[in-house]
Design a binder for this molecule. Sequence first.
Ligand SMILES: [Zn+2]
Length: 88
Amino acid sequence: MNTRIMSEIPGMSRIGPVLFKAACPDCRARFELSAGALRLAIGASARTTFYSFTCPECGTAVRKPAGERIVELLTGGGVRTLRLHSTV
Ligand SMILES: [Zn+2]
């Protein structure tokens, strides 16, 4: 289960299912998402760093800015991470 996530984050291993609380700005539903339902994109700056998910209630693709703490939380929880900036 989720071996791809583990392989994409070197040195990180899942210790169990992780749920993140999220809210949809469109239909205002509140729900819990597993790490697999979230995507994190890390850009060159905080302005281009965001996380995204699809609202399970209305199907809207939601994208929200991710601050340093959120990035830490999501990567630590095994969320798939996409680095938009190639030179780290
Ligand atoms: Zn929604």
